[in-house]
Design a protein around this ligand. Sequence first.
Ligand code: ADP
Length: 188
Amino acid sequence: MRLVLLGAPGSGKGTQGRVLAERFEVPLLSTGEMLRAQVAAGTELGEKVGPALDRGALVPDDLVLSVVADALVKAEAAGGCVLDGFPRTVPQAQKLDRAETRPDAVVHLGLDDGVALQRLARRDDGRADDASRAVIMHRLQVFHEQTSPLLEYYGKQGLLVTVDASAEPEEVTEAIMAALAERDLPVS
Ligand code: ADP
């Protein structure tokens, strides 16, 4: 099973990603986590991407690909993966298609900006990019401008499933599982 989670910051990609990866027994690949780990480890890549993370801007496609490519190959051997935070641009999605790792389904965690803002303001897991309202606003804007075109990209391919992400996490998970079952994807 190869699943992509698509949603604004605060929509619950990380939370749902962990649960879905466990249910499908595949690895969870979170590009945000991978990039933050590079910064924390003080690698050369971490130094390059740190400023973009702090501003809430996207990291250039080639740098994201350099961190995700190996993990994607390994995931294939593990029977697929749940992708949290990748792809985030149309060129990234095209790359994923070309690598013959086209997703089985793309789950859009739909959420109003107002609710996303409230959640991010409350979230306190020590992420620098959650600390300032200006950065949070920028991440939402980046989602609308650079990532939301993927809704059309995957919609046209018939892969998009949209769920209401404002519900409780367990309800969101069940809505995702129901939507996948409806598409005849193996959910049990
Ligand atoms: P959120 O969705 O809450 O903003 P993430 O952990 O998914 O959190 O992403 C945090 C940051 O990591 C993004 O603001 C961006 O700077 C960077 N990032 C993560 N994934 C990508 C990606 N696929 N392409 C470019 N930048 C990315």
